[in-house]
Design a protein around this ligand. Structure first.
Ligand code: URA
Length: 215
């Protein structure tokens, strides 16, 4: 079984916003707004498997069968820092979701991730989790975050990224090869490659810096 199911969204609005996001001339406020808008569009596809329960409501005319989001609530997990810029776009579409946080930093020499902060429920049994990380570069950070959630009991993981490099997808797939829960990856674009510094090419540069400045 393939551990990671990858979907690249093919939609002119997504392509248009992604092009503007890549542009080096795009300032931080515009970059933040575009990121939120893109994530809302990606979230529509990413939540295709979100669990619902049947219900009936009374319209002004007659009873109508429908659905509500099932419990336990979906959990949205932005990976700090850059994933935070994606949160608003996700919760706009799924306002009842709960939000947990994982802080991960990539060592710029070894390119390996380490966790520096975490605020998540202890028990994620039966939870569908949506991990937000704009750039899937080497794949190490995202794989570590997914494992973290699965180790706590999450039984369905969807990762939402703006861009990925083929090397990152390959590594993510390798690192999660033994995963026993479904894992889906939804992207706005799949780029050419990683450069020697671990940046996605052509990419959009450092997503955290472009969202929040160089701090
Ligand atoms: N992280 C980023 O912000 N950009 C890249 O290109 C790769 C990792």
């Amino acid at each position: 079984m393939a551990a990671v199911d990858v979907t690249v969204i093919d939609h002119p609005l997504v392509a248009h916003k992604l092009t503007a996001l890549r542009d080096v001339e795009t300032d931080s406020p515009t970059f933040r707004r575009l990121t939120e808008e893109l994530v809302t569009l990606l979230a529509y596809e990413a939540t295709r498997e979100v669990r619902v329960t049947p219900t009936t409501v009374q319209t002004p005319v007659a009873p109508a069968d429908g659905v509500r989001l099932a419990l336990p609530k979906p959990l949205v997990v932005p990976i700090l820092r850059a994933g935070l810029g994606m949160l608003e776009g996700m919760t706009r579409l799924v306002p009842t979701a709960e939000v947990g946080f994982v802080g991960m930093v990539r060592n710029e020499e070894t390119l390996e991730p380490s966790t520096y902060a975490e605020r998540l429920p202890e028990d994620l049994s039966g939870r569908q989790c949506y991990v937000l990380d704009p750039m899937l570069a080497t794949g190490g950070t995202l794989a570590a975050a997914v494992r973290f959630l699965v180790d706590r009991g999450a039984d369905h993981i969807t990762c939402i990224c703006l861009l990925a490099a083929p090397e990152g997808i390959e590594r993510l797939t390798q690192l999660l090869d033994d995963l026993h829960v479904p894992c889906t990856l939804v992207l706005a674009g799949l780029d050419e490659r990683l450069n020697e510094k671990g940046y996605i090419v052509p990419g959009l540069g450092d997503a955290g810096d472009r969202l929040y400045g160089v701090v």
